[in-house]
Design a protein around this ligand. Structure first.
Ligand code: HEM
Length: 164
């Protein structure tokens, strides 16, 4: 094995690992917010306006991290596709279609996260600070739907990744 082959293998597995680790943080973090942080905040903070402000601050910090994770996922995903698609096509498997499905799912996720997701997030944070519980409840209904859609797309991505 030449030193070029060794370098190729090291880079290939490094990019695959970086892709997998970013996906773990992104999907794991999102489910953690839904399954642990939000219900835990209800147990810990009884004042709804205060709870909303605290959760909004934590969500904002996580949102900053997701920008970096999504950028890493897209860059490493494109690099992984460079060798994954030719290898899977040669083996006669559905790698190309799975990769296209992964790209479309990622695009829909980005649109939902940075369109309605960010819009409702800002409104929730504002109404929480103003203590306007009525408006807060109305926005939360819409934002919950967006969150369910996001989590469903993430689940779909994990199914696609399993098939790859
Ligand atoms: C432009 C966007 C993306 C492209 C082009 C892409 C491409 C790929 C490719 C080609 C693989 C196969 C690697 C292999 O098994 O050898 C893969 C695996 C994977 N992708 Fe993506 N991906 C993208 C976005 C995402 C996103 C947004 C997530 C998660 C939120 C994600 C999660 C995963 C996971 C968990 C795997 C399995 C890793 C493994 O096989 O060990 N990908 N992706």
């Amino acid at each position: 094995m030449s030193s070029f082959d060794v370098l190729y293998l090291v880079l290939k597995y490094f990019f695959l690992w970086a892709h997998l680790f970013s996906a773990m943080l992104f999907i794991g973090g999102s489910f953690f917010m839904w399954l642990v942080l939000v219900p835990g905040s209800r147990d810990a903070i009884k004042d709804e306006a205060v709870r909303t402000v605290v959760v909004a601050k934590i969500s904002k910090r996580f949102a900053r991290l997701t920008w970096m994770l999504l950028s890493t996922l897209i860059i490493t995903g494109a690099i992984n596709a460079l060798w994954y698609i030719p290898a899977s096509t040669a083996a006669g498997s559905a790698g190309l279609y799975l990769t296209v499905a992964m790209v479309i799912s990622t695009a829909v996720l980005i649109i939902l996260l940075y369109g309605p997701g960010r819009h409702y997030g800002r409104q929730i944070s504002r109404y929480g600070k103003e203590g306007d519980l009525e408006k807060l409840a109305a926005v939360r209904k819409k934002s919950t739907l967006v969150s369910y859609a996001n989590l469903s797309i993430m689940l779909l991505i994990t199914v696609l990744a399993t098939l790859m």
